[in-house]
Design a protein around this ligand. Structure first.
Ligand code: ATP
Ligand code: MG
Length: 555
């Protein structure tokens, strides 16, 4: 066995293939690539591919390139290029050397096309797109040869030059490979290699007016960069034939250590979509505010929501790599972030539905400073200062006039609860308005219960959180629900019909004063409420709910 793979676990079929290729000597080292098209922001499905490509290369002490597959200038732009780089860096992966662009190989692709034409393997075709479709045939019927298929090599060489020189109109003709119009693989029925597009490109400006198709550019890009294992999703399974055909028909690339393509199943996440085209529609039609709206399954949306790189990498590892298409339960993603934040997130208290509570036996005008642990299980994280006085806020949900049953552990008239990190209080009475809404609660506190149980042996079971009123800071809380009502929204042609109208709920409440300088995107556990982080796109104190403390989806 090759020394490079001895410490690597064979945990998926890709690793098995790599181990075999290293053992047989087909390759002596490993190179992968992550090839996004810059036509949108990266999403959680891309994260799976990123972790697979960068992670596999890393485990085999190999390299992974970041290559922008930028062959369609009409849909691409530099904003997407920059966001993709930022997201990969944030996940913590390093690409090998400079960022690569398919567009920087346009001159090589052009030469390859010329080689195919000169060998009689490519021709310029003037069929309209409707005619091309008709000639292509169907899965059950073979296609027909294009009338331009058997024109002379010289004629095609001239026409291709004219295409490049901008002497032919957009849509007038295309360059096609001459393969087999009766192949059982539709992609082998003389696939289009180049088309004319008078578009300004974000990297090459107006240098080119012919642009290569994905199938042509991808295998060549891989071969030029010395990629060994080109990992892509299962939709490209058939395209593997054209991938191999092209490399085998070009002298420079027809070598045993050339790249090979391997397919794995894409990530489909329930109640969301991992299609860039559909995510763009959500943004364009204002169903969300932006690509990084915290409800979006984009990497930037998850980051703004409080997800950490470690949680996304953990999720990718847990879902694994296979060839079986399936839907993944969102709760798996949520448990990855919950497990991470349970260990790392500092604790704090926030009251999301505030109601005032007056402690009538506490002196007016006095305020007390108390210490609370930053993390109850991690003493090394230190303590924070919280306050206590005659007036505090608690959550409306934590009070009922009468305890509904014996198990009730919150506050009720004549019942005691402990205020988290503070004293035991007992409710005595409350004010309500004409419609019966509770407006203020009145209590007494037991001064001998700070950090200890009542000395007379009374048992106080419940603990509720609170914020002292004079030092409390107003904050907005944004609570998110799934974006779609359907577990597979792709089933519907019109995405908007399955949008959840209540995917965002805004609440106004209070936070502890030490959250005044909370860093954006760094999650806290608001005790008893869930994990929240400060929003990075709004001034002021706005907190996004990352995830609840428990899985409430499957209840
Ligand atoms: P589009 O929908 O615009 O074609 P795409 O989803 O294929 O886009 P690319 O930018 O072409 O996006 O993807 C870059 C890489 O990420 C590809 O190798 C692709 O196979 C992989 N990828 C995309 N979506 C997923 C997904 N849901 N799960 C796993 N890998 C994915
Ligand atoms: Mg794609």
């Amino acid at each position: 066995m090759n020394s490079q793979n001895k410490d690597v676990k064979t945990t998926n079929f890709i690793r098995k293939i790599i181990n075999k290729d290293l053992s047989s000597g087909r390759h002596t080292s490993i190179k992968t690539r992550f090839p996004p098209e810059p036509n949108g922001y990266l999403h959680i499905g891309h994260a799976k591919s990123i972790c697979l490509n960068f992670g596999t290369a890393k485990d085999y002490h190999g390299l992974c390139n970041l290559r922008f597959d930028d062959t369609n200038p009409a849909k691409e732009n530099i904003e997407y290029v920059n966001s993709i780089k930022k997201d990969i860096e944030w996940l913590g992966f390093d690409w090998s050397g400079e960022v690569k662009y398919s567009s920087s190989y346009f001159h090589i692709f052009y030469k390859c096309a010329e080689e195919l034409i000169s060998k009689g393997f490519a021709y310029v075709c003037f069929l309209s797109s409707d005619e091309t479709r008709e000639y292509r045939g169907t899965l059950n019927n073979p296609g027909l040869n294009s009338p331009y298929r058997d024109t002379s090599i010289e004629h095609n060489q001239n026409l291709f030059k004219k295409m490049k020189a901008g002497e032919l109109k957009e849509g007038e003709c295309v360059l096609r490979a001459k393969i087999d119009m009766s192949s059982s693989f539709m992609c082998m029925r003389d696939p289009i290699l180049y088309r004319i597009r008078f578009e300004t490109h974000h990297q090459t400006n107006d240098d080119w007016c012919i642009y290569p198709m994905y199938d042509f550019a991808h295998c060549l890009g891989d071969a030029i960069e010395g990629v060994t294992h080109s990992l892509c999703t299962l939709e490209f399974q058939d395209n593997r034939r054209i991938y191999d055909w092209l490399l085998e028909h070009l002298d420079e690339f027809n070598k045993s250590n050339r790249p090979y393509q391997f397919e794995f199943s894409r990530l489909n996440l329930e109640y969301t979509t991992t299609s860039k085209r559909k995510l763009k529609l959500l943004v364009d039609n204002n169903h969300v505010t932006s690509w990084n709206d915290p409800r979006m399954p984009t990497i930037s949306g998850l980051r703004r929501r409080g997800y950490t790189p470690a949680s996304i990498i953990d999720f990718s590892e847990r879902i694994g790599v296979s060839k079986v298409n399936s839907f993944t339960d969102v709760s798996i993603l949520e448990s990855s972030i919950r497990n991470d934040l349970n260990i790392t997130a500092p604790r704090s208290m926030a009251v999301i539905n505030p109601i005032k509570l007056v402690i009538e036996n506490y002196p007016e005008g006095e305020i007390e400073s108390l210490k609370a642990p930053v993390h109850p299980q991690k003493e090394e994280m230190g303590t924070r200062e919280i306050f206590f006085s005659r007036e505090i806020y608690i959550d409306k949900e934590d009070f009922a006039e009468e305890a509904p049953n014996n198990k009730y552990k919150r506050l009720a008239i004549n019942k005691e609860v402990r205020l988290r990190n503070s004293y035991v209080i007992k409710a005595t009475r409350f004010d309500s308005d004409d419609t019966g809404n509770v407006k203020a609660i009145y209590c007494t506190y037991d001064p001998d219960t700070l950090g200890k149980n009542p000395s007379d042996g009374r048992k106080v079971k419940g603990v509720i959180h609170y914020v002292e009123s004079s030092t409390a800071i107003s904050a907005e809380f944004r609570i998110y629900d799934r974006l779609f009502l359907e577990s597979n929204p792709a089933k519907f042609d019109d995405l908007s019909s399955s949008i959840n109208p209540n995917s965002l709920e805004i609440k106004n409440g209070f936070i502890e004063p030490n959250l005044l300088n909370a860093k954006a995107e760094k999650a806290y556990q608001f005790e008893r409420e869930g994990y929240f982080c400060r929003d990075s796109e709004t001034d002021g104190l706005v907190f996004n709910k990352t995830v609840g403390l428990r899985d409430t989806w499957n209840q």
